[in-house]
Design a binder for this molecule. Sequence first.
Ligand code: GDP
Ligand code: MG
Length: 163
Amino acid sequence: PVPRVAIVGRPNVGKSSLFNWIARRRLAIVDDFEGVTRDRMTTLIEANDRFFELIDTGGMGVEDADNLTADVRHQIEMALSVADVIILVVDAQQGVMPLDEEVSERLRSIQRPVILVANKADQSHQDVLAEDFQRLGRGRLVCVSTTQNRNRDELLELIVDRL
Ligand code: GDP
Ligand code: MG
């Protein structure tokens, strides 16, 4: 069976953008409004002669902020039920938010590799600020920008190493 890699994180950090960027196709819907991805998206990725199935667990259609916690819980349950490796996405420009801490906390009990991806590091000087995410204690941090095409190969290498 092909290993599965699930993308999790609070709304609007760029999970669907990351999914499309890794896939090099526009499959998941990217939107400025939170919670656009309603269904789980999956695609087969090949990197360094290895294959994995990438999963965008999505925002499940959140309509108001009160449902964020339930939404994130649902997303994580889905990831935990299917994933061999988890990509936790955070926003390098916003810094650590309470919901990032909650997502991270919910992943703590699982014995599966987590890759911490600080997206929206559009310029290299933003990588330094992103180091604050290390305190989430979720393992190796990689700074990327899907819009500026930064560190895609580095991320793929990290994923493949953990399959
Ligand atoms: P999701 O809710 O986590 O799936 O987030 P989306 O992929 O829908 O993206 C949310 C917003 O972040 C959209 O406006 C994207 O254009 C924007 N975005 C995604 N990646 C980047 C990035 O690398 N840099 C910047 N500046 N914006 C990004
Ligand atoms: Mg999305």
